[in-house]
Design a protein around this ligand. Structure first.
Ligand SMILES: Nc1ncnc2c1ncn2[C@@H]1O[C@H](COP(=O)(O)OP(=O)(O)OP(=O)(O)O)[C@@H](O)[C@H]1O
Ligand SMILES: [Mg+2]
Length: 241
């Protein structure tokens, strides 16, 4: 569903190699967790997947659509939650959600049902008529998450989605991620929370200095290292260089 082949990306005219020959496939119905130390290349990879950055080399396809030659088709099946919720602050929460609904062509009935459901779950119903600039960080994060759920996308790409969420919202977020994938959707997310990755992900990739240094199910990562090892100790061992 997400097919990344030999992708490289540098900044500052090649001085900083943020992603180095990355090859990775995320299958339909899979929750894929992307881990790595600060500056490892997670956000860069995510921006490449959603078409915000152009690879220097290699190709990326989402649901079969090449992100360079078919950008609109790739974007139409993908939603994205950035690491900082950058949204139209002057719009109210409801105006923003309707704007996203219009962009993705979500039919009225489905739109209303989904908005009502998610506002209720994320306890945001009372704030939805206020401008987004008045929201707390967590509330902004929630409205962006609801916007990402609204189109019922094939692929969700989330950059550190738990940051700023309270325990209840984080719990609902994890349930939502599982539901999305049980219904056949695919989810790619980055996180620093080892527990979340260990419990939630079907497969995990670890990136270090732009290179994928491990990829597989929790069991596969364990046997490659030592059985019974926690994800935290696998991570610390592999990235200790
Ligand atoms: N716009 C940019 N211009 C120059 N260098 C950048 C830019 N964005 C990222 N980098 C560099 O690319 C590398 C990878 O950064 P990236 O943001 O992808 O890391 P990350 O894994 O998301 O880190 P974090 O866990 O801190 O979010 C880092 O060395 C970073 O300094
Ligand atoms: Mg990042």
């Amino acid at each position: 569903m997400i097919d990344i082949r030999n992708v490289s990306k540098s900044y500052n005219k090649g001085q900083i190699k943020a992603v180095d020959d990355l090859t990775l496939t995320v299958r339909p119905g899979e929750i894929f967790g992307f881990l790595g130390p600060n500056g490892a290349g997670k956000t860069t990879t995510i921006k490449l997947i959603v078409g915000l950055l152009k690879p220097d080399a290699g190709t990326i396809a989402v649901a079969g659509w090449d992100t360079q030659s078919e950008p609109l088709r790739a974007k139409a099946v993908t939603t994205y939650v950035p690491d900082t919720p950058a949204i139209y602050e002057r719009l109210t929460g409801l105006e923003y959600l309707n704007f996203i609904g219009d962009v993705y062509g979500v039919p009225k009935k489905a739109r209303l049902e989904r908005i009502e459901k998610w506002l209720d779950i994320f306890e945001l119903a009372s704030a939805v008529s206020s401008p987004i600039q008045s929201y707390s960080h967590g509330m902004k994060q929630k409205i962006v998450l609801i916007a990402a759920l609204l189109p019922g996308p094939k692929v969700m790409v989330l950059d550190e989605p738990m940051v700023g969420l309270d325990a209840r919202a984080a719990h609902h977020m994890k349930e939502m991620m599982r539901e999305h994938c049980d219904a056949g959707g695919t989810l790619f997310f980055s996180t620093h929370i080892m527990e979340v990755a260990e419990k939630l992900c079907d497969r995990i990739g670890i990136i270090h200095k732009g290179r994928l240094i491990a990829c597989g199910t929790m069991e596969e990562l364990q046997t490659r290292n030592r059985e019974e090892q926690s994800l935290e100790s696998i991570f610390l061992e592999l990235t200790d260089k």
